[in-house]
Design a protein around this ligand. Structure first.
Ligand code: SAM
Length: 334
């Protein structure tokens, strides 16, 4: 019998999170990222039939360099995820930390590439909103229900746990809480594990992000970590990015870890990861398949290539592994 999504009349998860009021600006970045992704999808940069169910289409156009930047980001992260899934033959788990309104779970299901279990974590308020969307939109709830062998799926305001998908409301700075909730949702430390942070670590202090990276390295024998975020933040352009976000009450508490490609790589190695690689997004863009670049560049006219270069030189994609060379993946193997 097909599973239904239902809301039990009781909850087993804690519902008090002291940080909720302090982190408004950081939570706001979830909206920014999903609005940008939705806009880029609406004009054909990539295919994502699910993002429309999480966020409205914004009225103002996003600049072409922003859309191209998001294309490269989504493409790069997705390349690494698929490489990991191929290496492990999908016998693995994925933990998307600070997932916001990310739609990777649904897209992987469509491609028959789901891991044994896919977990998402974000602040409880974000998770409550995402669960509401999932419950009320059949294109989101059906794929979860189809994969679930029991009658009902466990849901409370801050957590949904099903056979192949779980979403958990937790603060990534509180590792005891994070681990406890992941275990409650049957995280399996023995499985090869891919952890993803896409524009998340920069909102934590260097100590807090180091603790998260160390926890991840110590918790799984075979693991890979993908981190996408800002880099080269010490220059004028970086300062403007910092000031813009500060004006919106969003502090980049971890900006000092985003000084250079080397500092990004070093932090992974010093937190217990055995191999680490990093590439800036301009380098990644220049190595995208020619046909894809021609396709997206024909979608919108960009008169100043320097705008794209400047933006892309301030973001990077990093990946680290531990527990065996077999997890070494190739970013440019198309
Ligand atoms: C810029 S958004 C990116 C969302 C998603 N990763 C994406 O790329 O579309 C950053 C996300 O990280 C989450 N986040 C930041 N710090 C967090 C923390 N300490 N605990 C849980 N979530 C956090 C925010 O709520 C937000 O959803």
């Amino acid at each position: 019998m097909a599973a239904r999504l239902r809301e039990p009349s009781f909850t087993s998860c804690s519902s008090t999170f002291s940080s909720d009021t302090d982190d408004e600006g950081v939570r706001g970045t979830c909206e920014d990222a999903s609005l940008c992704k939705r806009f880029a999808v609406s004009i054909g940069y990539w295919h994502d039939p699910y993002i429309q169910h999480f966020v409205r289409l914004c009225k103002e156009r996003k600049a072409p360099e922003i859309n191209r930047g998001y294309f490269a980001r989504v493409h790069g992260v997705s390349q690494l995820i698929k490489a990991f899934l191929r290496k492990t033959e999908c016998h693995c788990q994925i933990l998307n930390l600070g997932a916001g309104m990310d739609t990777t779970f649904w897209k992987l299901k469509d491609e028959n590439l789901l891991p044994s279990k896919y977990f998402e974590v974000d602040f409880p308020m974000i998770v409550t909103r995402k669960i509401h969307n999932i419950k009320s939109k059949p294109p989101l709830s059906k794929p979860i229900a189809e994969l679930h062998s029991e009658d009902t799926i466990q849901i409370d305001g801050h957590m949904l746990n099903s056979k192949r998908y779980a979403i958990i409301g937790a603060d990534l700075r509180d590792l005891c809480e994070l681990e406890e909730k992941l275990k409650k949702c049957h995280m399996n430390a023995q499985l090869p594990t891919l952890l993803i942070t896409e524009c998340v670590l920069i909102y934590m202090t260097p100590e807090q992000s180091a603790n998260l990276l160390k926890w991840a390295a110590n918790s799984f024998d075979n693991a890979m970590f993908i981190n996408y975020e800002q880099v080269n933040m010490g220059d004028r352009f970086g300062q403007i990015m910092i000031e813009n976000l500060r004006r919106r009450q969003c502090d980049l508490a971890g900006v000092e870890m985003c000084k250079s490609l080397d500092s990004q790589k070093e932090r992974l190695l010093s937190c217990g990861w055995e191999t680490a690689s990093v590439v800036d997004m301009m380098e990644l863009y220049s190595r995208l398949p020619r046909s894809e670049v021609m396709r997206i560049e024909s979608l919108e006219f960009l008169d100043e290539m320097e705008l794209l270069e400047q933006l892309m030189q301030h973001y990077c994609l990093c990946w680290a592994t531990k527990g065996g060379r077999e997890l070494g993946v190739c970013l440019y193997c198309y």
